[in-house]
Design a protein around this ligand. Structure first.
Ligand code: FES
Length: 75
């Protein structure tokens, strides 16, 4: 997993874009992550990852990547 990994497959939104969005907007609710190119508004399969990214936005990229890889080791 790296920053170019596609987190939302429905809308082709990368981890890099989602982290940048979360740091810039500091979403008060995870659903606000959908304002980043529609992420999470298709099948919904990425919503848990979007919530984690929003929650961890203040942490270094490496920590976010590690947390995602731990929770979804087969993605
Ligand atoms: S993978 Fe993000 S909405 Fe389907």
């Amino acid at each position: 997993m790296d920053l170019d990994a596609e987190i939302c497959h429905c809308y082709h939104v990368s981890l890099r874009k989602l982290i940048r969005f979360a740091r810039r907007t500091r979403p008060t609710h995870p659903a606000r992550m959908s304002e980043c190119l529609g992420a999470g508004t298709g099948c919904g399969g990425c919503v848990a990852k979007l919530a984690l990214i929003a929650e961890m936005a203040g942490q270094p990229d490496e920590e976010i990547i590690r947390a995602i890889a731990e929770r979804w080791p087969y993605d």
